[in-house]
Design a binder for this molecule. Structure first.
Ligand SMILES: NC(=O)c1ccc[n+]([C@@H]2O[C@H](COP(=O)([O-])OP(=O)(O)OC[C@H]3O[C@@H](n4cnc5c(N)ncnc54)[C@H](O)[C@@H]3O)[C@@H](O)[C@H]2O)c1
Ligand SMILES: CC(C)[C@H](C(=O)O)[C@@H](O)C(=O)O
Ligand SMILES: [Mg+2]
Length: 347
């Protein structure tokens, strides 16, 4: 008999709690045996308590099977939240502490969803974004602060170990999918990191003869995201390029409210963390205007990662049907969640 799935839930800030309420509703409608423990972390919690994420919090989170996160971050104009204190001190701290070296971001243009692209073709690709390195590591600093000679450095860190493991993961994905892998980088300018990525992809390609690989500079990749996104199957890329490309991917595939992601620790040493690609959206928070679909699809990714493929598939099928049935009438966050949960429970 399968054991109870033990989840940590971090609803977070802004629309985070609104979309997570719907995601949990849908999760429960699958009938999967699940227990949830809610953690209050986020900008609101920090402003109220001065606490962001301590070692004891990490220890508590590490005991769960997986983490579901809504979104964290407050008003970027709030001086008390300056310097990415929440993004670095909470979200990135979790990704780094739990070695989420694969940030998996699937993109599909569902047949029924209106893309801003006139003729997108059949779009179904996955971005394998490196999750623990690149310019995100916090290696840098400011010298001569406040003077006209101020220098601000943000060093992009790329290790052979880090690049190799994410590239291997991406090739494995390509083998299971349509056998196509695209490395996206900027090897013509970021020549040191670029050489490392290119060499490692080239070497790994020898172990995957069934995978056909190519390369695009990131600027050119943005062109193809708009003119020919159907050409992509698996994209492997650096942490920052992956961040930017996946918001663009969301935009071409019907909106940021549909884009799900998994921060994966493939080795299973730490819990993986699933979250919508979007943020806390302060502009629409508290109004029931957020689309919870991205959070719901993140639950589907979570279930699949825990071996609950049948329940995961029921959620994605219910989402697909719900997208197909969407008309012009605007539904609230909870109405969308109710409809998808009801469909999941019926199947
Ligand atoms: N994973 C995360 O927790 C995460 C991710 C991205 C941004 N952030 C943080 O969130 C805050 C806001 O960031 P931002 O404005 O750059 O990005 P955002 O994704 O929150 O919002 C960008 C735009 O998309 C819209 N949007 C986002 N999610 C939506 C949804 N589910 N349904 C409908 N519309 C949606 C917003 O209303 C906004 O107009 C910042 O503090 C940022 O650091 C957190
Ligand atoms: C909030 C921020 C740190 C985060 C990132 O840059 O990775 C977000 O934009 C994302 O895409 O998950
Ligand atoms: Mg982002």
């Amino acid at each position: 008999m399968p054991s109870t799935l033990d989840l940590a839930v971090i609803p977070g800030d802004g629309i985070g709690p609104e979309v997570i309420a719907e995601a949990l509703k849908v999760l429960r409608s699958t009938g999967v045996d699940v227990s949830t423990t809610e953690y209050p972390f986020g900008a609101t919690h920090y402003l109220a308590t001065g606490r962001i994420l301590e070692q004891e919090d990490l220890d508590a989170l590490a005991k769960h099977d997986a983490i579901l996160l809504g979104a964290v971050g407050g008003d970027p104009r709030d001086p008390k939240l300056a310097g990415g204190i929440i993004e670095r001190g909470l979200l990135l701290k979790l990704r780094f502490a739990f070695d989420h070296y694969v940030n998996l971001r699937p993109t599909r243009i569902y047949p029924s969803v209106a893309s801003p692209l006139a003729n997108p073709g059949e779009v179904d690709f996955v971005v394998v974004r490196e999750g623990t390195e690149g310019p995100y590591v916090g290696n840098g600093g400011i010298i001569r602060r406040g003077t006209p000679q101020e220098i601000a450095n943000e060093v992009s860190v790329n290790t052979a170990f880090g690049v190799e493991r994410v590239v291997k993961f991406a090739f494995d994905q390509a083998e299971k999918r349509r056998g196509k892998l695209t490395l996206v980088h900027k090897t013509n300018v970021l020549t040191n990191a670029g050489q490392l990525w290119q060499r490692i992809v080239q070497a790994e390609a020898a172990n995957h003869p069934s995978v056909d690989w190519d390369y695009l500079h990131v600027d050119a990749a943005t062109i193809f995201f708009v003119t020919d996104p159907a050409r992509f199957d698996v994209i492997v890329t650096d942490n920052l390029f992956g961040d930017i490309l996946t918001d663009l991917a969301a935009a071409i595939s019907g909106g940021i409210g549909l884009a799900a992601s998994g921060n994966i620790n493939p080795d299973g040493a730490f819990p993986s963390m699933f979250e919508p690609v979007h943020g806390s959206a302060p502009d629409i928070a508290g109004k029931q205007l957020a689309d919870p679909t991205a959070a719901i699809l993140s639950v589907s990714l979570l279930l699949a990662s825990r071996g609950e493929q049948e329940a995961a598939d029921r959620i994605s099928a219910a989402v697909e049907a719900d997208l197909a049935a969407r008309g012009d009438a605007r539904r609230s966050t909870a109405e969308i969640g109710d409809a998808i949960a009801a469909a999941v429970a019926q199947n």
